[in-house]
Design a protein around this ligand. Structure first.
Ligand SMILES: [Zn+2]
Length: 257
């Protein structure tokens, strides 16, 4: 009897597979004795069609057709989100991290009662309390972000002061932020916003973005006059732009938070 059931089940699954239109993404068909009604579940990388006992194939296929567009849209959305989130454990378990253009060791110390702390001296040291479990990676990355933001603000303020006698350009405020697609921006009131990940790029790349945004204080566009101004302060800026084109997206993907 058991054999017959199994055989019957796989046979009907086969029929559903061969008769339906292709779905964008892997489709799993599951017959369930517990399910009360036909259901489509979308998980990252997979659409699952749940067929309750007693439901015919024609009905199941009609249901699939009716909700196909929704399921495929949902799948794309989930896949897109998954590709932007680093794999769990990818931050705190990496042996090195980029810091000012170089890979430096990441040293994590965990002990009971330890307070979350970051310091950077040759290596990136992160102290964590023990027992963070699944949140360990996120806690470490956030602590790193907070530390970098403060470091970068001080560092860029000094850089702006150093450049000011030559450029004559001073922002009203320097803000370090998480930015998903940009490296910097200059607001209408001459506030400069910088992507925190610039601290992980080479110093020359950071300097280029700072000079770029400073130049927007006098030229609010990307006209030839703007690029001439950038070139006057940073003759080799094309090299730094190329670095961002080559490595920027990867940096943003690896450290999205
Ligand atoms: Zn610009």
């Amino acid at each position: 009897m058991g054999m017959d059931n199994r055989h019957h089940k796989s046979h009907s699954e086969f029929n559903v597979y061969t008769q339906m239109k292709p779905v964008a993404g892997p489709l799993k068909i599951r017959r369930s004795s517990k399910a009360k009604r036909l259901r489509l579940a979308v998980k990252p990388g997979l659409i699952e069609l749940v067929i309750p006992r007693g439901t015919g194939e024609a009905q199941a296929m009609a249901f699939l057709d009716q909700h196909r567009a929704w399921a495929e849209g949902k799948l794309l959305e989930l896949n897109d989100r998954a590709s932007r989130i680093p794999a769990p454990g990818s931050f705190a378990s990496s042996p090195t991290l980029p810091w000012r253009g170089r890979e430096v060791p990441l040293i994590i110390r965990e002990a009971p009662g330890l307070r979350t702390r970051v310091s950077v001296e040759g290596a990136i040291h992160i102290a964590l309390p023990q027992g963070l479990g699944e949140t360990r990676d996120e806690v470490a990355l956030r602590a790193f972000y907070v530390w970098v933001r403060r470091w970068l603000r001080t560092h860029v303020a000094a850089m702006v002061e150093r450049l000011a006698p030559r450029t004559g350009l001073r922002p009203r405020e320097i803000r370090i932020k998480r930015m998903k697609t940009r490296w910097g921006s200059c607001g209408p009131r001459n506030d400069i916003n910088l992507n925190w990940l610039l601290a992980l790029a080479p110093d020359s790349v950071l300097e280029y973005v700072v000079v770029h945004e400073l130049c927007h204080i006098s030229q609010r566009n990307h006209s030839p006059a703007f690029w001439l101004l950038v070139a006057r302060h940073l003759p080799n800026y094309a090299e730094e732009r190329r670095w961002l084109k080559l490595h920027g997206a990867e940096l943003m993907r690896r450290f999205s938070l």
